[in-house]
Design a protein around this ligand. Structure first.
Ligand SMILES: Nc1nc2c(ncn2[C@@H]2O[C@H](COP(=O)(O)OP(=O)(O)O)[C@@H](O)[C@H]2O)c(=O)[nH]1
Ligand SMILES: [Mg+2]
Length: 443
């Protein structure tokens, strides 16, 4: 997960509060010190850290918990609240027809993020296209072309044309009628220099993009702030994409500093793959960092890949432990549309992701495909009532799926294991209650 060290320290702090016998001034001072240390190590600005810790201390000591909330819960909530506060407001890109332009310095992740954005909009059911507006870097054209093939979206570029405005204009003419979201890659420089600003402004004038997204590497830490500000002052940006959050200990600094600029962080990049990209939501981000489980964003991703199917119903069934092979089939379809299993496990509440750690994620991912073929060879009745699948049925199913008996048994074993795991999880009353509350399922 991103910001491992910061997350680990904060989780330890939360545990300390949860396990405390008394929530008193000594404890509050101790946890404030812990949080200070964790944030400073993550490169968050000293002044910001001091302000935040003063606020947490003051609120924890003075505010009375609201009815129904224990002192411990209250203090945890304050920590959460104040951390969300420092990374500020969020904004979502609209899901509609638009032109998006990516800007930023060299090597920050613009071209990679073009592919990630295209994937994001494709999953939302829109038709994205990519235009290669970086006419200066020799391999920029090939890089974007390759990415467009990987994520399977149309691409336009002109290797012989050195005028960015002309290339982009031609691309727009070509795609205007067939595309929903036109994503334009542009070239960067090593520094924010006059010729880069002039080129950007020329492009804006001609194509009038709906979004101007600044792409920045999180490894810059606090330096992300001044850079974002300089870009914003020079060309006006509508949002920030913070990349490489997976590879840096300075992410806390980058996030908080970028948030202060006034342009909202809209996405974060968490790896090199086209799905290593998350819509940035401060409260979800912090609750995951604190280990509170980002059920909201998990459900949202599930919803996207299930396209209208009832994600809530599935989640409820999963938690109740009452699920059959049809549900498992649906769950597998849902999971394979969400990205790697290890990523999904991170989004589940602590106890549950711990249980999932015993499962070999890569192997499981590889099996999903075979499992689905086997499930397809079963009758609906068998899927509804897996207990009826005995030796002769196993032989028939294996034959139908073109696999061996042991492969069918493996599916049943996996099903039983999952069911046990879900049952175990749902019998954890406290966790279940919290989860239900977060899911808003009512009483
Ligand atoms: N680990 C990681 N690497 C990234 C991420 N985004 C981009 N990269 C890598 O950063 C390098 C530069 O990216 P590129 O898109 O070419 O940057 P550009 O010069 O701004 O277009 C490439 O090697 C990318 O694979 C990210 O979120 N995580
Ligand atoms: Mg590039």
């Amino acid at each position: 997960m991103v910001l491992d060290n910061l997350g680990d320290s904060l989780k330890r702090t939360i545990k300390k509060i949860a396990n405390a016998v008394h929530v008193d001034a000594t404890l509050v001072k101790e946890i404030v010190r812990d949080i200070q240390r964790a944030l400073l190590q993550s490169d968050v600005n000293v002044k910001l850290v001091l302000e935040l810790s003063k606020k947490i201390e003051q609120r924890a000591l003075e505010e009375k918990p609201p009815a129904g909330m224990t002192n411990r819960e209250h203090v945890i909530h304050i920590v959460y609240d104040e951390l969300v506060h420092i990374i500020g407001a969020s904004r979502e890109l609209a899901i509609r027809k638009q032109v998006i332009m990516m800007v930023g310095l060299y090597g920050q992740g613009k071209t990679t993020s073009c592919g990630k954005l295209a994937t994001y909009f494709k999953r939302k059911g829109l038709r994205p296209v990519l235009i290669a507006g970086d006419v200066h870097r020799p391999a920029a054209y090939e890089q974007l072309q390759q990415i467009s093939e990987q994520v399977e979206v149309p691409f336009y570029g002109d290797k012989s044309e050195k005028n960015a405005v002309r290339v982009i204009k031609d691309g727009l003419d070509k795609f205007k009628r067939v595309a929903d979201v036109i994503i334009v890659d542009t070239s960067g420089r090593h520094k924010l220099e006059d010729d880069l600003i002039t080129e950007m402004k020329d492009i804006f004038k001609t194509i009038k993009p709906d979004e101007k997204l600044l792409v920045m590497d999180a490894a810059m830490g606090q330096q992300a702030g001044p850079q974002a500000k300089a870009f914003n002052d020079a060309i006006g940006i509508t949002g920030i994409v913070l990349t490489k959050l997976d590879g840096t200990a300075k992410g806390g600094g980058a996030l908080s500093a970028a948030a202060e600029v006034g342009a909202p962080i809209v996405f974060v990049g968490t790896g090199e793959h086209s799905t290593d990209f998350e819509k940035f939501d401060p409260s979800g981000f912090i609750s995951r960092l604190l280990g509170m489980g980002d059920i909201k964003s998990l459900l949202e991703r599930a919803e996207e890949s299930m396209k209208g199917k009832d994600a809530e119903k599935t989640a409820r069934k999963l938690m109740s432990g009452k699920f059959n092979l049809n549900d498992m089939y649906e769950q597998m379809n849902m999971i394979s549309g969400m990205g790697p299993l290890s990523k999904i496990a991170e989004m589940l509440p602590g106890g549950m992701s711990g249980k999932l750690k015993n499962v070999d994620m890569d192997e499981t991912q590889g099996k999903l495909k075979r499992f689905r073929i086997i499930l397809d060879s079963m009758t609906n009745q068998e899927r509804e009532n897996p207990d009826c699948i005995q030796a002769s049925r196993i032989r028939r199913i294996a034959k139908g799926a073109g696999v061996e008996n042991k492969d069918v048994k493996e599916v049943l074993k996996y099903y039983n294991m999952t069911k046990r795991m879900m049952k175990g999880f749902s019998s954890d009353r406290k966790m279940r209650r919290n989860l239900m509350r977060q899911l808003d399922f009512g009483k």
